[in-house]
Ligand binder design. Structure first.
Ligand code: PLP
Length: 492
């Protein structure tokens, strides 16, 4: 007998649209009441307390129909643009199938096909795939596999690196502001400076290192690898019996102009590659860890260990569909190529402004992963103002760019620096010429305002600075290095 087409036709329908219409505008109050009042306060303080009604591609609209240009890209989740019609259609098709997802003791076809598609895109022979639901879960998987395969306890990561915020991944985190209050972390986890092969080799020589986990480009700060660094690091790992894990959660899926960022770094031969974020197509959380076969075989050694590493929700049908459709769109629309082209336009446009703007210190760019680093000015008058702001909070100055970009131009960006303030751009890979021009024109205007001291931008900075000082004295510490609400969005 065929299955019934609707097992429960009498169930009352759930009115999502009615719910949204009925409670329009309540998001911030609800966040304040039940989710994260501190974050709600940050949103208000930096003027990000907007209500977005719709989004498409690189744009979103609020209730008044005002258009926002999204250069934050959901933290590099929406590489294919928001609500891509092809991905949405694929998900609708999947839902219409009434498919048998999460049967658990079965071999879901879509997971197999997505694994095949990912393996095909690897620069080397990584042939096993473990699916996850997030980036940090992929890192946890890589840590476990590395320890099990090598029978070694230690994992090395980089200073200023970011790999997620669960317990194991946090142990790899190279930014004290995320770690404060959550230690101690797993024993044997150590850090070396990014781009420093000597320090890495010193750690590897101790003989206890299971893996070196590294972002090909550090997300926070967009710190680029020196030529040859990643390939040499991978070789060093191999020679010392450690595994090389490329965390491409943010840099992967076309972001930097190639499918993986390591493809642009010579012969990098990773033992594991971690993906997530944009694999979701901007719809369904998903991640994947690509694993060299001999590593995988040392973990899953027998039938009684067939699911020794697993998770209830991995290989979900919607997630696998989103992944397949996302890869399809990435290829069909040549988005990696667009990332290269638009990134280059942005870089050139920004560098052309550098002679005019003393605060514009450096531009770091690979594809559509861009850092605009601000630094001390030459002229004495501006320098005094800069020093005052830097003394209050190291990220504060970048807010003087992020806030007016939002307030005056409705362009969404983020702060993502370390010692020096950085404005970071990670837009969807679908941005076009007009988006680039809109950003450059807006940025230029913001820079003009910033170089006018005294001026309205500096008044805002002074007000924000007072908040920082109040926060620090309330917390009983004089240090502005504590996790700063004003550095909101300093997540990589
Ligand atoms: N690894 C890198 C390089 C990331 O940028 C991130 C998130 O920003 C993660 C891991 C963690 O991913 P998730 O937030 O999905 O846990």
């Amino acid at each position: 007998m065929p299955p019934p087409s609707d097992p429960n036709p009498t169930a009352a329908s759930f009115d999502l649209r009615g719910l949204l219409d009925g409670r329009r505008g309540e998001g911030l109050a609800l966040m304040q009441a039940h989710i994260n009042p501190v974050f709600a306060k940050v949103l208000k303080t930096i003027g990000f307390d907007r209500t977005y009604e719709r989004a498409l591609g690189a744009h979103a609209w609020d209730a008044e129909g005002r258009d926002y240009l999204d250069f934050l890209g959901g933290y590099a989740v929406v590489n294919m643009g928001r609500n891509h019609p092809v991905i949405r259609r694929a998900l609708e098709d999947y839902l219409a199938l009434d498919a048998a997802s999460w049967m658990q003791f079965d071999a879901p076809l879509l997971a197999g096909v997505l694994a095949e598609e990912l393996v095909r895109r690897m620069p080397n022979r990584l042939e096993r795939v473990f699916f996850t639901n997030s980036g940090t879960e992929g890192i946890e998987c890589a840590i476990k596999f590395a320890k099990c395969a090598t029978r070694r306890p230690a994992v090395v990561s980089t200073v200023r690196g970011f790999h997620g915020l669960t317990n194991g991944a946090l142990g790899l985190n190279g930014d004290e502001s995320f770690r404060q209050g959550f230690g101690p972390f797993l024993p044997g986890f150590r850090q070396v400076p990014f781009n420093d092969l000597e320090s890495l080799d010193r750690e590897l020589a101790r003989g206890d290192v299971a893996a070196f986990v590294v972002e090909p480009i550090q997300g926070k700060g967009v710190n680029l690898p020196e030529p040859g660094y990643l390939a040499a690091a991978a070789r060093l790992c191999r020679s010392r019996g450690a595994l090389f894990v490329a965390d491409e959660v943010q840099t992967g899926i076309g972001r930097t102009g190639s499918f993986l960022a390591i493809e642009q770094e010579g012969e990098v031969d990773p033992d594991m590659v971690v993906l997530s974020k944009a694999l979701s197509g901007g719809y369904v959380p998903v991640g994947a860890v690509l694993v060299r076969r001999n590593v995988w075989e040392r973990v899953f050694t027998s039938m009684d260990r067939a699911i020794v590493h697993s998770s209830t929700f991995h290989m979900g049908g919607l997630a696998m569909t989103a992944g397949l459709a996302a890869l399809h769109v990435l290829d069909a629309e040549r988005l990696a190529e667009n990332a290269r082209r638009r990134g280059e336009q942005l870089r050139k446009g920004l560098l052309a402004m550098q002679p005019r703007f003393e605060f514009l210190r450096a531009v770091r760019q690979r594809g559509l992963m861009i850092a605009i680093e601000l630094g001390p000015p030459r002229s004495l008058r501006l320098r005094a103002a800069w020093s005052m702001v830097q003394a209050m909070d190291r990220n504060l100055f970048a807010q003087a760019v992020v806030m007016p970009l939002m307030d005056d131009h409705r362009i969404i960006t983020q702060v993502a620096g370390h010692q020096l303030p950085v404005v970071k751009l990670i837009p969807p890979l679908v941005i076009d010429e007009a988006d680039v021009q809109r950003f450059l024109a807006a940025f230029e205007q913001v820079m003009v305002g910033l170089h006018r001291f005294p001026g309205p931008v500096w008044d805002v900075l002074r007000r924000l600075g007072r908040n920082v000082i109040a926060r620090d004295s309330a917390a009983g510490n004089g240090s502005s290095a504590a996790a700063a609400p004003l550095a909101a969005g300093t997540s990589p």
